[in-house]
Ligand binder design. Structure first.
Ligand code: MF3
Ligand code: CO
Ligand code: CO
Length: 326
């Protein structure tokens, strides 16, 4: 990561990145204060629940999800629903909107499509999406904190429908954000799509980490090593763990039909983070912001197909059109 920070800044100033648009004073925002978490929302009894909404979770993680035929079609539908819920929720982001209001928008969007919000009741998580603001790395709980001008927020949506989970997230700016925050978001999107684009059937999954870290470090950002993607399908979290940083523990292979998420978190500051007292919210110790994007994909004979897209192939991850990495 050090080399990237000494590289010329992407803005063309000629200055080193660490002295230019990685500028910490600009990226740092007032500390996020966790707010009050509202009551549980209800899901109509007619909507099928995943088993864990009733039972405690199992460990170790379930088997990799290798899907084809009708099961893969159901997975495509879950991906579409997740992408639609994410798009609706992102459209509701604005200055003064609380993350609990975003949770309400998402909740209604799942229910309107006959989907169960996978996070609701997952290991006791109390809400229908995760909302992670600024230095909140991940798993933020929607609460009554209003979004402020210049914040960035990741919205992570997981839909359970037709017996399958679709998982996708995007980070967006609130009001007017700094060019530095926009660069973090753009690089995280690029890294996510680069990781997906480098998936090759029969080759090591490690290609994903190589592509992600190359994009991130070239622009001076760190990639969070402690969280990765996961197998997904009939279960929310399955093997393999999808590493986003290079490690010798990454020994899985991209088998055709394998369904996984790719969901790197890029950070602008130091790697250390701490879990809040709520048992979920992970917050970077130095208060510097991070961003994340996530798609659910299936390995195909010639790469990977992104499942968490709208009918026209676009998504809140790639809003401008059909995903280039498909
Ligand atoms: N959607 C998250 C993921 O990408 C998981 C959230 S689990 C929760 O895997 F319990 F925190 F909601
Ligand atoms: Co995920
Ligand atoms: Co997710």
């Amino acid at each position: 990561m050090k080399a990237g920070r000494n590289a010329p800044c992407w803005c063309g100033s000629g200055a080193k990145l660490k002295r230019c648009h990685l500028h910490r004073d600009v990226l740092r925002r007032p500390a996020v204060h966790l707010g009050r978490v509202g009551p549980l929302r209800s899901v109509p009894a007619a909507i099928a629940r995943p088993p864990y909404a009733l039972d405690p979770p199992t460990w170790p993680l379930p088997e990799p999800q290798i899907l084809s035929g009708a099961a893969l079609e159901r997975m495509r539908h879950a991906g579409l629903v997740a992408a639609e819920v994410l798009a609706e929720t992102v459209a509701a982001v604005g200055v003064g909107v609380t993350t609990d209001e975003l949770d309400a928008v998402a909740h209604d969007a799942y229910v309107a499509r006959g989907a169960y919000p996978s996070t609701l009741g997952y290991h006791g998580f109390p809400k229908s999406i995760c909302t992670s603001v600024n230095e909140v790395l991940c798993h933020g709980i929607p609460d009554d904190r209003p979004l402020a001008d210049g914040d960035i927020v990741n919205i992570d949506v997981t839909a359970y429908v037709d017996g399958m989970h679709g998982d996708t997230s995007a980070t967006v700016g609130v009001g007017t954000i700094s060019p530095e925050a926009a660069a973090l978001i753009d690089t995280t999107r690029d890294a996510t799509l680069a990781g997906i684009a480098d998936i090759v059937a029969g080759e090591p999954m490690q290609r994903i980490a190589a592509a992600i870290t190359a994009v991130a470090s070239a622009r001076g950002y760190g990639v969070v090593a402690e969280y990765g993607g996961h197998g997904i399908g009939e279960v929310f979290h399955a093997d393999p763990h999808v590493h986003h940083t290079l490690t010798s523990r990454d020994d899985s292979v991209a088998l055709p039909g394998l369904c996984v998420t790719v969901e790197p978190m890029l950070r602008t500051g130091a790697p250390r983070f701490t879990q809040a007292d709520d048992g979920w919210t992970e917050i970077l110790d130095d208060g510097m912001p991070s961003a994340q994007f996530e798609h659910t994909v299936v390995v195909t004979d010639d790469g990977a197909e992104i499942l968490t897209v709208l009918a026209d192939g676009s998504s809140a991850v790639s809003p401008t059109g059909p995903a280039s990495a498909a």
